[in-house]
Design a protein around this ligand. Structure first.
Ligand SMILES: Nc1ncnc2c1ncn2[C@@H]1O[C@H](COP(=O)(O)OP(=O)(O)OP(=O)(O)O)[C@@H](O)[C@H]1O
Length: 253
């Protein structure tokens, strides 16, 4: 199994001052699959995401990308090796246009740090690719719009275009439909179905209908451990998963 995985974790563990948020997780993300991480609040999904992208170093365990050990590498190195995550809206510059954001991402080798504009000629080379990416995420008509003028769903689409500028092998999406109305959810599902072509997608997603429509494999986390893993239909019918969610709902009331 590990030999076939593009991104794999073994015994991945992360403690926060004695509290174990991720507890010996084994994960195999198959190439060109959509793999969803789900689970009740506090299950460790975000922490696992941060571990896989180098934003947090693990307390124990290993992460491999195409068989190469990437454990403990900083996020920009992980990104350069082909693992990109969609950025949060807070990292957009209000006055820069959608196109300028993507152009900047294209000329930044890691996609993480914004660099100074190099030269007008060089930037023009990025323009065609930027416009292609904006078109892919449905923002072709909004290329000139300052990011602050974009509606919420469009801002999330711009984040995706920025992540795609790295041409990542693995794209990590953190709750891609969070806070969206039905129409934007549908558009985002279609968008992910498009951008997954030739890529591997890992997503944390609370909306089970979205998971059902997109994911090949679902990993359910609970209290930092893998509770169940498998195809959506199998996972949603699993008694342990139903109990975990009902338990979490009870605890919230
Ligand atoms: N920096 C931190 N310091 C201390 N505890 C943390 C830290 N980050 C996360 N935790 C704890 O680790 C556990 C897992 O958190 P995490 O955010 O990974 O869960 P999650 O599954 O993403 O939850 P949610 O669905 O609510 O986002 C939680 O109990 C959380 O309080």
């Amino acid at each position: 199994m590990a030999g076939q995985a593009l991104l794999a974790a073994r015994g991945l563990t992360r403690d926060f001052r004695g509290f174990r948020a991720v507890d010996h997780v084994d994960l195999d993300i198959a190439p060109e699959s959509v793999h969803a991480l789900v689970g009740p609040n506090g299950a460790g999904k975000t922490t696992l995401f941060n571990l896989l992208t180098g934003f947090l170093p693990p307390t124990a365990g290993t992460i491999t990308l195409a068989g190469r050990d990437v454990t403990g590498l900083p996020p920009e190195r992980v990104a350069r090796l082909g693992v990109a995550r969609s950025f949060q809206i807070t990292s957009l510059f209000p006055q820069l246009s959608a196109r300028e954001h993507v152009e900047l991402a294209l000329q930044s080798p890691s996609g993480l740090g914004w660099r100074f504009w190099r030269s007008a000629t060089l930037m023009r080379r990025y323009r065609d690719r930027a416009d292609e990416l904006l078109d892919m995420v449905g923002l072709a008509g909004l290329a000139e719009a300052p990011s602050e003028a974009l509606a919420y769903g469009r801002k999330r689409a711009l984040e995706l275009a920025i992540a795609l500028a790295l041409d990542p092998k693995v794209l990590l999406l953190d709750e891609p439909t969070a806070g969206m109305g039905l129409e934007d959810v549908d558009r985002t599902v279609e968008l992910i179905a498009t951008v997954r072509q030739g890529r591997t997608v890992v997503m944390v997603e609370h909306n089970m209908s979205v998971v059902g429509r997109l994911a090949d494999t679902v990993t359910v986390l609970q209290a930092g451990t893998v509770l169940v893993e498998g195809p959506y239909e199998q996972v949603r019918a699993d008694e342990r998963v139903i109990t975990a969610y009902l338990g979490a709902a009870d605890a919230a009331h």
